[in-house]
Design a protein around this ligand. Structure first.
Ligand code: ADP
Ligand code: MG
Length: 614
C-alpha cells in the first residue's frame, strides 16, 4: 500500500473554498445538483468513449447513479459508473479551478463590491459547493483506462488534500460526504428525495436513492408544450444550463420540415457577459433522439447567439455525427439556420405582443443583435427589424424601431439620420441636431460603439440610406430666414467663406455658409467618408497606429445669421489680426463639439491673446 501524498490546493481554489465554507448561503442543497450533474456528465462521456475505445475497465456496469444516505453516520454518498478519474485527473480537476462557473465567480468577486456569499448564488461553484455542507469529503475513483489504479482523494476543504491508491474500486466515482453537524438533514432520505424530485427527470440516466429508483427519464423538449408547467421549464433550464436564475424568454418548438427538430431555447435573465468577463460559450446542446451528441456545439448557431441556452434534438442527425464530414457539417449548418430563423421570428412576436418584455430583453441583449446586424449578412435584414434606438422624437428611455422611423418620414425625406454620441445629453447639446430639429427631421441616437459598426455595415433600411447627421454628405434645404433677422448677404457670406478657407488653410477641406445652423455659429462636418468622428475617437482611445497623427478632414459650415459670424465678417476687414485669431477659435470650438480636437494646448495661448484684444 502506498502512503497518502499531500497536495496544496491552487491559490484560487483556496480562496474559493474559504468563501464556500464560511458561506451562509441559504440554498446549500445545490451541492446535490452539482454532484448529480457531474455524475451525469461522467456517464455521458463514457457513452461516447464506448463508440471509440476497444478496452474499458469494468465494462459491464450499468449506466446509473446511486445515492445513499446514512442518518446515523451523518453521511451522504453518490456513486456513478462513468469515466472516473486517474490520479493526474484528480489533481487537475479537483485541485485547480476547472469549472467555468467557479472561474466567473472569482472574477466577479474581484471586480464587484458584493460580498462573496451573495454572489455564490448567481454562479454556483461546481464540485466545491460540497464543502458548504461537508466537514470531510472522500472521492474514490477508478478511471475507465484499464492500466490506471484506483485512487482515493480526501480533503476537509481547508488548504490541502491527499491522494493515495485504493484497491477494489469499481469504475467511476464514489463520493462520500461527511456532513457538518448543522447540515445533517442531508443524510435524511426524505430530504434528498425532495431535492431530487425537482430535476431528476431531466437527468438522462437512472438515479437510485438507497436502492430505489427515483426518476423516470423524460426529455422535456419532446413533450407536448401544453402539458408542461412553467416551473418545469424553469427547473429544466436551471439544470441544463447550470444556471441559478429564471429564464427571461423561452421558445419551445418542433418542426418536421426541412428537418425533424424539437428544440427548447432559453434566454437567461441577464447577459452572461455582463460583468465583462469571459466570452460566453455556445450552450445549446445538440441531441439526437435524446442522446447527447455535443453539449457545446461550436458551429450550430451563429456567434452572436452565444447567449442562448437550451437543447435541440433532431432525428435526422447521425449518432456518430462528425464535424469533419462535409455532409454532417452541412446538416448542422442547416439545423442552425432553421433554429436561428425561428428564434428571430419569436423575438419579433415578443416585440409586437409584449413590448415591455421585449424592451427589458433588448436592454440586456440588444448588443448581441447589433453585433449580428453588423457582422452576419445572412440575418442582417431580420436583425435590423429588431433593433431599437432613442431618437430626437422619443422621450428619454423610450425606443423606436427603424420601421417606425420610416413611417414618420417627412415628405421628400429619403434618408434615415442618426448621430453617435456617448449619451442623449451630449448629442442634444452638440451643434448637429439643431438643423434637423428646425426642419422637424427625426434623428436616431446611438450610444454604443457597436452602433457605429452597425450603421457603417448596414447602409440602408427598407431602401433608405442610413447616414450620419454629422456627415458632410447630408444635404439640408436652407431654412427661410426668419423675418426681421438680419443675416450676412450672399456676397458677404461668400467673401467670408473664401477668407476663412485662406486663413485656415489645410485645417479645413471646405468652408461654406449653411442654412442648417440655428443657434450655433459654426459646425465641423466630417469630410472623411471612411472615418466618422466617433470612429476616430475610438481608434485614438485604442491607440491604433496612425490615428494620432492624421489630422481630421472637416468641412466647416458657418451660420450667417449668428452674431459671432457677423462680427467676424466685419473684423476681417477692420482688424485682420484679431479676425485671424477669431477664425481659428471658431474652428477649434467646432472641432471640440465634434470631438475632433487633438491638441487643446494651442488654444489656451490664443484665448489669452483674444482676451487682450477686447
Ligand atoms: P464542471 O462540472 O463544470 O466541469 P466541477 O467543479 O463540477 O466543474 O467539476 C470539475 C471537474 O471534475 C469536472 O470537469 C470533471 O472533469 C471532474 N469530475 C467531477 N465529478 C466527476 C465524476 N463524478 N466523474 C468524473 N469526473 C468528475
Ligand atoms: Mg459540474
Amino acid at each position: 500500500m502506498s502512503t497518502p501524498q499531500q497536495f496544496e490546493f491552487q491559490a484560487e481554489v483556496r480562496q474559493l473554498l474559504d468563501i464556500v465554507i464560511h458561506s451562509l448561503y441559504t440554498e446549500k442543497e445545490i451541492f446535490v445538483r452539482e454532484l448529480v450533474s457531474n455524475a451525469s456528465d461522467a456517464l455521458e462521456k463514457l457513452r461516447h468513449l464506448q463508440f471509440t475505445e476497444k478496452e474499458i475497465f469494468d465494462d459491464r456496469l450499468p449506466p446509473e447513479i446511486n445515492l445513499t444516505t446514512d442518518d446515523a453516520a451523518k453521511t451522504f454518498t453518490i456513486q456513478d459508473f462513468g469515466v472516473g478519474m486517474t490520479r493526474a485527473e484528480l489533481i487537475e480537476n479537483l485541485g485547480t479551478i476547472a469549472h467555468s462557473g467557479s472561474k466567473a465567480f472569482l472574477k466577479a468577486l474581484s471586480e464587484s463590491e458584493a460580498k462573496g456569499t451573495s454572489l455564490i448564488g448567481q454562479f454556483g461553484v461546481g464540485f466545491y459547493s460540497v464543502f458548504m455542507v461537508a466537514k470531510r469529503v472522500r472521492v474514490f475513483a477508478h478511471s475507465w483506462r484499464p492500466a490506471e489504479p484506483g485512487q482515493v482523494w480526501e480533503s476537509d476543504g481547508s488548504g490541502s488534500y491527499t491522494i493515495e491508491e485504493a484497491e477494489g474500486q469499481r469504475r467511476g466515482c464514489k463520493i462520500v460526504v461527511e456532513l457538518k453537524d448543522e447540515c445533517r438533514e442531508f443524510s435524511l432520505a426524505s430530504k434528498i428525495e425532495g431535492i431530487l424530485k425537482r430535476y431528476s427527470s431531466f437527468v438522462q440516466f437512472p438515479i437510485n436513492l438507497n436502492g430505489k429508483r427515483v426518476n423516470t427519464i423524460q426529455a422535456l423538449w419532446l413533450r407536448n408544450k401544453n402539458e408542461i408547467k412553467d416551473e418545469e421549464y424553469t427547473e429544466f433550464y436551471k439544470f441544463q444550463a447550470n444556471a441559478f436564475d429564471a429564464p427571461r424568454l423561452r421558445l419551445h418548438f418542433s418542426a418536421d420540415a426541412p428537418l425533424a427538430i424539437n428544440a427548447l431555447l432559453f434566454v437567461p435573465e441577464e447577459s452572461p457577459e455582463r460583468f465583462g468577463l469571459v466570452r460566453a460559450e455556445p450552450a445549446v446542446a445538440l441531441y439526437c433522439r435524446k442522446i447527447l451528441i455535443d453539449p457545446h456545439p461550436k458551429d450550430l448557431l451563429p456567434e452572436w447567439l452565444r447567449f442562448l441556452k437550451g437543447v435541440v434534438d433532431s432525428e435526422d442527425l447521425p449518432l456518430n455525427i462528425s464535424r469533419e464530414m462535409p455532409q454532417d457539417r452541412a446538416l448542422i449548418a442547416k439545423l442552425g439556420r432553421v433554429l436561428t430563423r425561428r428564434f428571430l421570428k419569436s423575438l419579433e412576436e415578443e416585440a409586437k405582443d409584449r413590448p415591455d418584455g421585449y424592451k427589458e430583453f433588448y436592454r440586456r441583449f440588444g448588443v448581441y443583435l447589433k453585433e449580428g446586424a453588423a457582422l452576419d449578412e445572412t440575418y442582417q435584414k431580420d436583425l435590423m427589424k429588431l433593433l431599437r434606438y432613442e431618437s430626437s422624437l422619443t422621450a428619454r428611455g423610450e425606443l423606436t424601431s427603424f420601421a417606425d422611423y420610416v413611417s414618420r418620414l417627412k415628405d421628400g425625406q429619403k434618408e434615415i439620420y442618426f448621430l453617435v454620441g456617448p449619451n442623449r445629453v451630449a448629442i442634444e447639446a452638440g451643434p448637429y441636431l439643431e438643423g434637423f430639429r428646425a426642419r422637424n427631421l427625426e434623428v436616431l441616437f446611438c450610444y454604443e460603439s457597436v452602433d457605429e459598426y452597425v450603421m457603417s455595415h448596414v447602409h440602408e433600411f427598407d431602401g433608405r440610406r442610413l447616414i450620419a447627421a454629422d456627415h458632410a454628405d447630408v444635404k439640408l434645404d436652407d431654412l427661410p430666414t426668419p423675418p426681421g433677422a438680419d443675416a450676412l448677404t450672399k456676397e458677404q457670406s461668400k467673401a467670408l467663406a473664401v477668407w476663412l478657407k485662406e486663413t485656415l488653410g489645410d485645417r479645413v477641406a471646405e468652408v461654406k455658409a449653411s442654412g442648417r445652423l440655428v443657434d450655433s455659429p459654426a459646425l465641423a462636418l466630417s469630410a472623411d467618408k471612411l472615418m466618422s468622428p466617433h470612429m476616430r475617437r475610438l481608434m485614438k482611445a485604442m491607440k491604433v497606429e496612425g490615428a494620432e497623427d492624421t489630422p481630421p478632414r472637416v468641412e466647416l459650415q458657418f451660420n450667417p445669421r449668428h452674431a459671432v459670424i457677423k462680427h467676424l465678417a466685419a473684423a476681417k476687414d477692420a482688424k485682420p489680426d484679431v479676425a485671424k485669431l477669431m477664425a481659428e477659435q471658431v474652428l477649434d470650438n467646432a472641432l471640440i463639439a465634434a470631438g475632433l480636437l487633438d491638441d487643446p494646448q494651442k488654444m489656451i495661448a490664443r484665448i489669452y491673446k483674444l482676451l487682450e484684444s477686447v
